[in-house]
Write a protein that binds this ligand. Sequence first.
Ligand SMILES: Nc1nc2c(ncn2[C@@H]2O[C@H](COP(=O)(O)OP(=O)(O)OP(=O)(O)O)[C@@H](O)[C@H]2O)c(=O)[nH]1
Length: 212
Amino acid sequence: MAQAGGPPRPGAAPGQPCVFKLVLLGSGSVGKSSLALRYVKNDFKSILPTVGCAFFTKVVDLGSASLKLEIWDTAGQEKYHSVCHLYFRGANAALLVYDVTRKDSFLKAQQWLKDLEEEFRLGDVVLMLVGNKLDLGEERKVTFEDGREFAESKRLLFMETSAKLNHQVTEAFSAIAQELSQRREEEGQPQQGGAQLDLNQRPSGQARCCAR
Ligand SMILES: Nc1nc2c(ncn2[C@@H]2O[C@H](COP(=O)(O)OP(=O)(O)OP(=O)(O)O)[C@@H](O)[C@H]2O)c(=O)[nH]1
């Protein structure tokens, strides 16, 4: 099980990409691990339910800059719910994942948003609602409009994906990375680490540049 506080964070050399923490949240079996696996390794296979949290990293090349995503894949089973709260501390972004064939998972994603509201000022975190298992369209219980309307009402990014068919998976993570990068630029922060880094200043919701 990954540690809630994250891996050790040695000081890194200037010129390294900024590091952003992204958490995957949602009910059990909605496809969080499959989305992470598809994105990081372009693979799809049978996966055991996550215990606690799994951890992936991916460097994203945005052309003008690159950034490193630390992807925290939390366990969706209800018995791990309270533990998951430990993992989203310090997150810069969250994917709220539901299964388009399961209404309960859509409602659970909404509940996760409420939990996040208690932990963060929502504007400080990039949030995306993701309806996964789009390939099971005939069994769909949550319409595209349901998802889009809820996302719009809460000012979330929104996408429907299929980890199985590799549909919109890279696009979803890339959209998050773009938004993180854009916000960073708007804050006037460098995209690469360097002299402006203040290692003592690490408020929640801010990217950590070269501090890892
Ligand atoms: N048809 C279809 N099945 C999927 C898709 N994504 C995941 N699955 C399947 O759904 C099941 C659960 O996937 P996981 O990725 O383990 O789901 P999870 O949300 O990480 O589950 P927990 O670890 O319990 O939180 C597995 O059998 C996957 O193969 C998809 O896009 N389409």
